[in-house]
Structure formats: structure tokens, C-alpha cells
Design a protein around this ligand. Sequence first.
Ligand code: GLP
Length: 253
Amino acid sequence: MSGIEVRVLADETAVAAAAAGMCAAWLRRRPNAVLGLATGSTPVPTYSELVRMHREEGLSFAQARTFNLDEYFGLSGEHEQSYRFFMQQHLFNHVDVRPYNTFLFDGTVPDPEQECLAFEAKIRALGGVDLWLLGIGGNGHIAFNEPGSDPESRSRVVAPNPETVAANSRYFAHPSLVPQLALTVGLATISEGRSIALLATGAQKAATVARAVEGPCSPDCPASLLQNHPDCAFLLDQAAASHLTARVSRERS
Ligand code: GLP
């Protein structure tokens, strides 16, 4: 039986408001909360909403610590397609988070395995992640944990599947420019987060969401492993929820 709480919201804006609200709730309860952050197109409206809350409602990130799920190997933070660049552009440059409290893998290090060990150690040293925000790939991947990933996996170097490279190539000038390797937190690293919010919007995610929520809990669909997490919510718009067969309550917003 899936332990995932499914919240079906009116649209992408409502999903962003709900996700930003969860981040804000952690920050208000615990100003030095540890937030786990995702890249991709899905969380962009969430980051816009957090910036708005910072500007208009005084939401402060001054003591917050952040970890990101993944980064391309070989790209520096100045590269426009690096996840560091994305985070600066969509969130960090617009709020009062301290640069030294924002942690992403460094994709330029000579020893990426060592970088992964150091990343895990840093998460532990800061007391673990309070809230992971996740997206979901078309094949059910979370971060860069592709189908077949070990549920006990930790941060490591991976080669994303061809379909993932193809999907992510939309951001690059040419598909051949997409890095073939990435650094990613592991499935165990994610599952140890105190709470998890997976965001999915749009009809193209509907079948994958249904597999993750209602399919077998299996590494074949890494997001389905979240069924075992004690505090995991999927925040979906109507389109992304459209393949769910069980009765789910649809929230008004
Ligand atoms: C990439 C990232 C994932 C992200 C996924 C979906 O592969 N590594 O963390 O969840 O894409 O991205 P989008 O939100 O653009 O659909």
C-alpha cells in the first residue's frame, strides 16, 4: 500500500504555491532548515514564488542551508547549463541565502568520487535534509537515479540513460554537448530526508506519476521507492494526476 500523500492541485501555479509553502513552513519553524533542491523546468515556478515570498512577505533564507540533488560532470558553475548556474539564476541571486550555505556538487573536480563522499559527509554534518524537493523524469528517475538504481545507493558518478540525455538536450545548443556523466545523490540519501515533496506538472508526466504512486514499489521506477517514505507528498496539477486510477481528492485553490 503506497504511503505517498497525493495532492492534486488546480494548475502549475498552485503546485508552485504548495511547494514554496512547504519550504516556507520549514524556514519559519527552523530558520536554519536544510532544504534539498531540484533543477529542471518543473520547480522553476516554485523558485519564482519563493523569491516573491522573500520580497513581499519577508521570508528569509539568511540561515538556511541548501543541497542540490545533482550536477553535470565537467561543467563549471559559470556554464549556463550547469545546475549551479540554474540555481543562481532562479533562486540564490534573488534571496538572502548566504553563498557559503549553498551546496552543489562541483562538476570540475579531478576526483568526483571524493566529491561525492564529501557531499554525503556535509549533509550528515549539517544534521540531514529537512525537505527534499524532487522532480521526476519520464522513466521514473529522481535526481539522476535511473531505473535499476540500488535503493541503498549514495552520492556517486552516473551515466544518465540515453532517454534522459535526450530529454535534457533541449537546453543545449546541440545534443552532443550534453555531458555524458553526472554526480547525483543516491536513493538512500534522498530517502533519509525528513520530508519529501515530488512535483510533477503536465500530461507528459501522467503515466510516470501513476507508475510511481500506484505501481509496484521497485527500482524499475525509482520514484516508486518513495512509497516507503513516512512523509512524502506528490504535488500534482490536474494533467499530471490524470492517469491515477484510485480516488484522489482534488484540492480547490
Ligand atoms: C533531470 C534532473 C532531474 C529532474 C528531471 C525532470 O534529469 N536530473 O532531477 O527531475 O530532469 O526535469 P523536468 O522538471 O524538466 O521535467
